[in-house]
Ligand binder design. Sequence first.
Ligand code: FAD
Length: 442
Amino acid sequence: MHQVGLFWFHNDLRINDNPALAQAAASCKQLICVYCMPPSTPTAGIKGPRDLSANRLDFLSQSLIDLDNSLQQYGQGLVVMDQPAMQALAQLITEYSIEHIFSSDSADFYHNQICQTLATRYSLIGFTQIDNNRLFKASEMPFTVQALPDSFSKFRRKVEPLAIQEPIVRPNSLPPPPSRKNLAGIDLKRPAQNPVALFEGGETAGLKHLENYFSRGPASTYKETRNGLEGMDYSTKFSPWLANGCLSPKTIIQALRCYEQEVESNDSTYWIYFELLWREYFQWYAQKYGKRLFLFNGIKSHKPSTSFYSERYQKWCQGNTPYPIVNACMKQLNATGYLSNRGRQLAASCFVHELNLDWRYGASYMEHQLVDYDVASNWGNWQYLAGVGADPRANRRFDLEKQTRTYDPQNRFITAWDGHPQASALDSVDAADWPIEQDATR
Ligand SMILES: Cc1cc2nc3c(=O)[nH]c(=O)nc-3n(C[C@H](O)[C@H](O)[C@H](O)COP(=O)(O)OP(=O)(O)OC[C@H]3O[C@@H](n4cnc5c(N)ncnc54)[C@H](O)[C@@H]3O)c2cc1C
């Protein structure tokens, strides 16, 4: 039994189905529950917006407040630190003579790097990291992480027959914190009501959403509707809670299986599982490739021919490109912090293939904006679309006009989000920085 343990919450902001927390509860006399705010430097040091967008920060704050409330029911509480994790944890280790650190396994290379540095620096402290945010454990898969299949299809065929463990129940009790005297983090303020916010953060809201989704029936038509651009029901909207760990993927599968047994099992319900396997694939992909998730050439040996043009980048971020459907997507993303899967594909394809921009800046911008930002899904999907990732097809360029005809034939989405560009030309200066005349016939 450890005298004082520390539980480092990261992307597992929940009490239910949290095996690392259950283990900490069973093996410590006192426990400190800590969360360190994400660093303001974007992943991989790509220059872009610094802080989290207001939408992302609101969702995160709501999730942390909800977790703190849940912990308080156990006589515990969440200490939220606003310093870099390395510094915050080092301070707590020394101040409270921590004997053991518990956390959930993560696909985040930089998070794991901190864990490794701490383990090396504090060699007398024990570290336990438990797989927590995936459907399968490494030991349950028929291949090692390093031998992860090079395409999603091969991965799916191998893992689909595997049984998925049931989620574990919440702990009955948690050890108390040490003296609260110095144990103070930052105060979390409940964000002001945002009229365009689509989601409320936290495990409580996530469980409510899960129940609500499966009690209303859209799961039965998911396969037909999943490419929608606007609305709450065309897709599951599980991603914000999954990304922040307010819901575990196993909890979702349990609810899905229940729906299949009690209501209906069809192609659509299978397809929800299929999409969760995409998530699973990218989690293992990030684990396998580590830092290569953020490289310009990704996991390939050749560098893309794209570059950086600040005017094009700004126009894409603001939703003022010559492509109305992309503009509408970007305006929706900026306003709500959420974008459909189809919208993300179109925006990313435009960024790389029409604007010829270095994909990492687009990935970094989405990291800033998305309430469901997940390191593995975001950077993995961007690599895929930029042709430097796990895609067996070399060029995944979307025909934006055709996509508009298919997915927004009446231009309703474009109109709703004011996607028509203010200027029709992409660039206002040429390669030598000379102004480009917009109408040469005058
Ligand atoms: C450029 C780009 C960036 C993306 N960035 C993120 C990100 O940061 N975080 C994130 O969670 N997803 C990301 N995705 C994947 C996908 O767009 C979102 O998971 C999905 O739109 C979330 O909405 P939903 O929960 O309603 O999805 P649904 O269609 O209902 O799917 C159910 C679940 O399956 C998973 N899923 C579905 N599609 C994918 C996919 N292509 N890759 C990985 N998992 C998937 C998600 O966990 C999702 O919640 C990105 C996709 C692209 C093309």
